[in-house]
Design a protein around this ligand. Structure first.
Ligand code: ATP
Length: 602
């Protein structure tokens, strides 16, 4: 497993979250309890009256008494049917409303997740929580929850009735149920952990497969096919093992329980028979108790049918709730950047507890300046770019904008300060207007058109629906090529209007003609902003106000192009070799597929 999965809520947090959800719909929940209790009470009448009928017939009473009892049985059965139906209806509505709340909460939490947390976890984990765990929880709330609730109330009432008729027979019934109790306890002890492991293995498998598919070109380019296939096989095998484990639990529980059903009835008939012989109990009471215990079949079946679902959905709910445990960005009370000055002080950074890749970088970026970051491949340029863009936070030292740590700013505030522009851009399956409004939800159509004009995207006016044109790959949607997608992304930058832009290979993957076109649009976007460019081609550095040279995670040189060339150090060497036509940097280091170095892309 390469990705660090998102947090999972503890059982206590899950219980608290469930209590909050119930409180939010307390009226429906109370109605549910009352209806179920009434339905269960109505269900108790028939076995008791059947016992009375047996005793009445034994005592030689006439058919009128039997008819009266029979009529009450019919009325109670009808009442039970209607009450159960209504309870189910209320229960399902409660379940639907609650699962809608969980879905809405999930969307809010996913959107509030720090970009770095999503990157580390990978899209597989998030996708699995949204597409597998939420439906699992919804099924429980809609179907399993109400059914189990009704069944539990019925069991409590039935056992209460047996005890009320005869305590000794009640004890027999409860002892007879111990087998089911032991089997279920054995199962529950193992199930939570095993279902969590199954969920985690599914997420890891989804992540591994999607990362391999999306990084297919890189895999081919670096000849990593065998390693990736082996890693995928391992993830699939791990997922299979965890599923087999939960299957084993079910295959022990269900047969054990099936056998245990008849035990309480047999125990009551044997003991009841002995008591009847001694005249310690009436035949009617024994019959009523045996009928009551036979009635337990249905609710027990219902609980055990769903117990598996409850376990796996408990684990799913813990994973859904876990998203709320990831600490959100927090600049501290009332702290807003005072000014545009960006300062890096003593910044050290390591990926996921590995070795430091930045070793105490100090750098001040003045408002309005153009700063080029140069250095050999693997020197830490992109990593420093991520710290400057607030995607990651140094483990030691600070990166601040206007005196406030950048990584602590919420997404909206961060977007107003700094935006990282990379080669990755995304066009959402939505209208042009909504694609642009992601960056500025309150922007008017005129502002959207001005932003499009600034990046040379007048082609939008020629689209049949203008700003209302649906983009994407679906039927009836307009596709956008690389250049147009990049223009839309840059128009978003114009709308977000940050004072600082960080450019990391913004045009690197485009063909030369498209790149030229895009660079013109980019030039319009850079106008009047602070620009930090991770320079892969040294002419970018020559045109910059200052050049910062990184080598092995350290800032080794800082000054204007002319000063650094005159100094004759590392930059001068790079410049000479580049100018002389030789490659300016060492060969790029391979990254694992799925590792998306850049996440805030507009
Ligand atoms: P390049 O010019 O090739 O992009 P760079 O100067 O931008 O290189 P970085 O990408 O910042 O360098 O990498 C600095 C170090 O951090 C390298 O040793 C790299 O292998 C490591 N690194 C980068 N990204 C990750 C990651 N996601 N997980 C683990 N290590 C990483």
């Amino acid at each position: 497993m390469t990705a660090r999965q998102l947090p999972v809520a503890s059982p206590r947090q899950v219980r608290r979250a469930a209590a909050v959800l119930i409180r939010r719909d307390a009226r429906a929940f109370t109605t549910l309890i009352v209806l179920n209790a009434l339905a269960a009470a109505a269900g108790l009448v028939s076995p008791w009256l059947l016992g009375r009928i047996v005793d009445a017939v034994g005592a030689g009473e006439g058919t009128r008494t039997v008819d009266r009892y029979a009529l009450v049985i019919v009325v109670c059965a009808l009442a039970q049917f209607l009450l159960t139906r209504q309870a189910r209806f209320v229960g399902h509505r409660f379940g639907e409303r609650t699962s809608a709340r969980i879905r809405e909460q999930l969307v809010d939490r996913v959107l509030a997740l720090p970009a770095s947390a999503v990157e580390r976890a990978g899209t597989g984990d998030l996708a699995a929580r949204g597409t597998a765990d939420v439906p699992e929880v919804s099924t429980t709330l809609r179907d399993a929850g109400p059914d189990v609730f009704i069944a539990t109330v019925q069991i409590v009432f039935v056992l209460g009735a047996v005890f009320a008729l005869d305590v000794r027979l009640g004890v027999c019934g409860v002892l007879g149920l111990l087998g089911i109790g032991f089997a279920t306890r054995w199962y529950l002890r193992r199930a939570h952990g095993d279902y969590l492991a199954e969920g985690a293995a599914n997420s890891a498998m989804a992540e591994m497969l999607s990362a391999t598919a999306s990084g297919a070109r890189t895999v081919e380019a670096f000849g990593l096919q065998e390693r990736r296939v082996a890693a995928c096989d391992e993830a699939v095998e791990h997922s299979r093992r965890t599923r087999t484990r939960t299957l084993f639990l079910r295959s022990v529980l269900f047969p054990a329980v099936d056998v245990s059903y008849v035990v309480p009835v047999v125990a009551v008939l044997l003991v009841g028979g002995a008591l009847l012989d001694r005249g310690a109990v009436s035949l009617g009471t024994v019959v009523s108790c045996a009928l009551y215990l036979r009635q337990l079949d249905t609710p027990l079946d219902s609980i055990l049918r769903w117990v598996d679902q409850l376990q796996s959905s408990g684990a799913s709910f813990a994973r859904v709730e876990g998203l709320g445990q990831e600490p959100a960005a927090d600049p501290g009370p009332g702290r807003f950047p005072a000014g545009d000055l960006i300062e890096v002080t003593g910044a050290r950074y390591a990926y996921d507890g590995g070795r430091d890749v930045l070793h105490g970088v100090d750098l001040t970026v003045r408002p309005g300046e153009r700063l080029a970051l140069v250095g050999p491949s693997g020197a830490g340029k992109s990593t420093l770019g991520r710290l400057l863009a607030g995607i990651d936070r140094p483990h030691t030292g600070e990166v601040t904008v206007g005196g406030v740590p950048i990584a602590a700013l919420g997404p909206d505030e961060l977007r107003r300060q700094v935006v990282l522009v990379t080669q990755e851009h995304h066009v959402f399956a939505d209208t042009v207007r909504d694609n642009l409004r992601i960056a500025a939800p309150a922007a008017t159509d005129d502002q959207l058109r001005a932003a499009l004009a600034a990046v040379g995207a007048e082609w939008v006016d020629e689209l049949p629906g203008g700003l209302d044109t649906e983009l994407g790959t679906g039927a009836g949607a307009t596709r956008t090529d690389g250049a147009r997608s990049q223009q839309l992304a840059l128009a978003r930058v114009v709308l977000a209007d940050p004072h600082t832009l960080i450019l990391d290979e913004a045009t690197a993957l485009l063909d030369p003609a498209t790149a030229r076109h895009t660079e013109r649009a980019l030039a319009a976007v850079l106008e009047g902003r602070t620009v930090i460019a991770i320079a892969h081609r040294l002419h970018t550095a020559r045109d910059a106000d200052r050049v910062a040279v990184l080598d092995d995670g350290r800032l080794t040189e800082l000054g204007t192009h002319d000063e650094l060339v005159a100094r004759g150090g590392a930059y001068a060497g790079l410049w000479r070799s580049w100018h002389g036509g030789e490659p300016p940097t060492r060969a790029p280091h391979p990254r694992p597929p799925g590792d998306q170095a850049d996440s805030i892309t507009l």
